[in-house]
Design a protein around this ligand. Structure first.
Ligand code: 13P
Length: 251
């Protein structure tokens, strides 16, 4: 299995209204005039913008959602199924983001069921893992991350339908990042675990880093071994900032 194609993904979280499509169009313009980047580019807006974004995103930008339900349809007020996300024109869905794990009590078992639902709907599941600051301080980073990884990835995972995002909780929205060596250690452990469990497919699953990625630190973080791209929050909301991160994948 060849090295995974890198992905620079924007997670817009609970930000954006219909008018924000202008930001997507600005990003498209930047991608058109600047040298082609050797990565896939993905924007994950809120559910309300999926259809509109997918309608204009074109060949250069993929669209994803930020969560899905485990069921295909039924009496689940307020929830959205993976099939509905695919029907809206998206190709990806983030599952198990730390904000969902902490705000909604999502367990790794639930995350695995959501990933299965996503894969059954032909979506790529971006499965998020990451330790809290207390866990890092207690020296538990690898055990926490690997436990989440093992229990959040379903047996159906392949290099084609699965992406992993390592997002240390304490680095999200704080401006703080782990050192490149810390990132390298965690990504190497994730890669080893994926290969142990999925063999060659495990070598092909992209592993993204997320947590305070911005134009000024993207090159350094993206150069770390086994870092196959970024999952970007705040800096994905402005086309120029997001494009500045994509620069890490331009010659
Ligand atoms: P920030 O880039 O804002 O730190 O957010 C990271 C994140 O949670 C992406 O999913």
């Amino acid at each position: 299995m060849a090295t995974p194609t890198a992905i620079v993904a924007g997670n817009w979280k609970m930000n954006g209204v219909q008018a924000s499509i202008e930001e997507l169009k600005s990003l498209q313009k930047l991608l058109e005039i600047k040298p082609k980047a050797c990565c896939d580019i993905l924007i994950c807006p809120p559910f309300t913008l999926l259809t509109g974004f997918a309608a204009v995103s074109g060949e250069m930008i993929a669209i994803g959602a930020q969560d899905c339900h485990t069921a295909t349809s039924g009496a689940h007020t307020g929830d959205i199924s993976a099939g509905m996300i695919a029907d809206a024109g998206a190709g990806y869905v983030i599952v198990g983001h730390s904000e969902r794990r902490s705000n909604h009590g999502e367990t790794s078992d639930l995350v695995a069921s959501k990933a299965t639902a996503a894969q059954s709907a032909d979506l790529k599941a971006i499965i998020c893992v990451g330790e809290s600051e207390a866990e890092r301080d207690a020296g538990k980073t690898l055990s926490v991350v690997l436990d989440q990884l093992t229990n959040s990835i379903p047996e159906t995972a392949t290099a084609q339908n699965t992406v992993i995002a390592y997002e240390p909780v304490w680095a999200i929205g704080t401006g703080r990042t782990p050192t490149p060596q810390d990132v390298a250690d965690v990504h190497a452990a994730i890669r080893a675990s994926l290969q142990d469990r999925f063999g060659k497919d495990g070598a092909g699953v992209p592993i993204l880093y997320g947590g305070s990625v911005k134009p000024s630190n993207a090159l350094e973080l993206m150069a770390v071994e086994n870092v196959d791209g970024a999952l970007v929050g705040g800096a994905s909301l402005k086309a120029t900032d997001f494009d500045g991160i994509i620069d890490a994948y331009r010659k």
